[in-house]
Design a protein around this ligand. Structure first.
Ligand code: HEC
Ligand code: HEC
Ligand code: HEC
Ligand code: HEC
Length: 128
C-alpha cells in the first residue's frame, strides 16, 4: 500500500484519541458515582476499598463513625495525636469533647470542610 507511514500515524492518532476519550469517560463515571476526590482518593491509594468502609453490600449506606475508628484508633487516641495542632485541637473541643462526628469535617465523596469556621474564623484548619 502507498503512503504507509502516514496511514500508521493516522491509526496511531485514532487509537490515542479513543484511549484518552475512554479514560475521561471512566473518570467522569467515577466522579458522578462516588465523587472520590481528596480523602476518597487518598484512601483508595492506601488500599481502602469501598468495602473497607461500607462492608460488602450492593447499596452502600452512610458510614457510622465507629467504622472510621476501627482503623484510626479510638477518639481519645486520635485527639492525643493532634493535641498540639494550632490554634486548637480539631479532635477535642469545648462543644463536643472528643466525640465530634468525623463527617462534619472529613468527606470521602466530596471536598472536606472546616466545620468550625462559620462560627470561629480564627480556627482556620486545613482538613484532608
Ligand atoms: C473511608 C471510608 C469510605 C470509603 C473507602 C468509601 N466510602 Fe462511600 N461513604 C462514606 C461515608 C462517610 C459516607 C456518608 C457521607 C457522605 O455521603 O459523604 C458515604 C456515602 C456513600 C454513598 C451514599 C450512601 C447514602 O445513601 O447516603 C454511596 C453510594 C457510597 N458512599 C459509595 C461508595 C463506593 C462505591 C465506594 C468505593 C468506590 C465508597 N463509597 C468508598 C465513606 C466511605
Ligand atoms: C479500613 C481502614 C480504614 C477505614 C475504615 C477508614 N480509614 Fe481513614 N485511612 C486509612 C489509611 C490506611 C489511611 C492512610 C494514612 C494512614 O496510614 O493513616 C487513612 C487516612 C485517613 C486520613 C488522612 C490522615 C492523614 O495522615 O492526614 C483521614 C483524615 C481519614 N483517613 C479519615 C477517615 C474517616 C473520617 C473514616 C470514616 C468515614 C476513615 N478514615 C475510615 C484507613 C482507614
Ligand atoms: C472539626 C473538624 C474535624 C473533625 C470533626 C474530625 N477531624 Fe480529623 N482532622 C481535622 C483536622 C483539621 C486535621 C489536621 C490536623 C493537622 O493540622 O495536623 C485532622 C487530622 C486527622 C487525621 C490525621 C491525624 C494525624 O496523625 O496527624 C486523622 C487520621 C483524622 N483526622 C481522622 C478523624 C476521624 C476518624 C474523625 C472522627 C472520629 C475526625 N478526624 C474528626 C479535623 C477534624
Ligand atoms: C454554631 C456555632 C459554633 C460552631 C459550629 C462551633 N463553635 Fe465553638 N463556640 C461557639 C460560641 C458561641 C462560643 C462562645 C461560647 C462558649 O464559650 O461556649 C464558642 C466557644 C468555643 C471555644 C472556647 C472559646 C475560644 O474561642 O477559645 C472553643 C475552644 C471552641 N468554641 C471550639 C470550637 C471547635 C473546635 C469547633 C469545631 C469542631 C467549634 N467550636 C464549632 C460557637 C460555635
Amino acid at each position: 500500500m502507498k503512503n504507509r507511514p502516514l496511514q500508521r500515524l493516522f491509526s496511531a492518532s485514532i487509537a490515542l484519541f479513543l484511549g484518552v476519550a475512554l479514560a475521561s469517560a471512566v473518570q467522569a463515571a467515577n466522579t458522578a458515582g462516588t465523587n472520590d476526590e481528596g480523602l476518597g482518593r487518598l484512601h483508595a491509594t492506601r488500599g481502602v476499598q469501598c468495602a473497607g468502609c461500607h462492608g460488602n453490600v450492593k447499596k452502600p449506606q452512610a458510614v457510622p463513625m465507629e467504622q472510621c475508628l476501627t482503623c484510626h484508633g479510638d477518639t481519645k487516641a486520635l485527639a492525643a495525636k493532634t493535641a498540639s495542632v494550632k490554634p486548637t485541637n480539631p479532635h477535642e473541643s469545648r462543644h463536643y469533647g472528643t466525640e465530634a462526628d468525623c463527617n462534619l469535617c472529613h468527606h470521602q465523596h466530596r471536598k472536606s470542610e472546616n466545620f468550625c469556621l462559620d462560627c470561629h474564623p480564627r480556627f482556620d484548619f486545613k482538613v484532608k
